[in-house]
Write a new protein. Sequence first.
Length: 266
Amino acid sequence: MYRFLLSRRWVITLLIALLLIPTTIRLGFWQLHRHEARVARNELIAQALTGRPVPFDTLSGSPGFTVPKDLTWRTVTATGEYDPAHEFVVRKRTGSGGDKIGYFVVTPLRLSDGKGSVLVNRGWVASGGSATEYPQVPAAPGGEVTLTGRLRADETAAGSGIRDRAGLPDRQFNLISTEQQAGETGATLLGGYLELTATTPAPADQPELLPEPNHSDIGPHMAYAVQWWLFTAMIPVGFWVMVRREAKDRAKEAAEAEVEQESVPA
């Protein structure tokens, strides 16, 4: 009854099914690992944001320091005076709404303890005029200020996917990079930068502060993993349904042929 399974077509179909099963299982685990990584990332961000603020230079105490993942988004403080002469903007960045393109405003802060300067992303401004002109930016507060913000790692072309193109207008850049700015200005810049959340004393006007990173969305990866595993279970079921259907069709054809033969006169 099932001798047809030895035919070339059915052997190929069986081999394809056998290859699909481990493939879909692996794809399910791949999505599961992405889900677990997303959950771990969210937990890490949540812990960093709710941790007790610490001075910036206790985490990044030297130029060229690379901020590790477990310190990214950590709440930090810094006290000093802004250096508006070396302020710059970062092109093609979106505001909190995510629907408008503008600039990040980055101003160095000379630390009061004399250890160097810290790049401070003071927030976002809209691009009002020509892209070749420096945008209108609220002036950085004068005098000594105390800042609170989130510790961020220097941006790189490889990590951000943003091409660091040369030949941009004066004081406009594509990335926030302490190494790049130290080369431009000659200042001593501690590695990493501060993403501003509050200033004391509070300024009368300032760029739009950046929102906290979303650390509640776990994404669709777990659902995708379940879908792949359900598909894995459906492969043998589907194959068996096809086999049974083929067997019934062949049995029906054989019965009809037998009836025709019996109806033929001897």
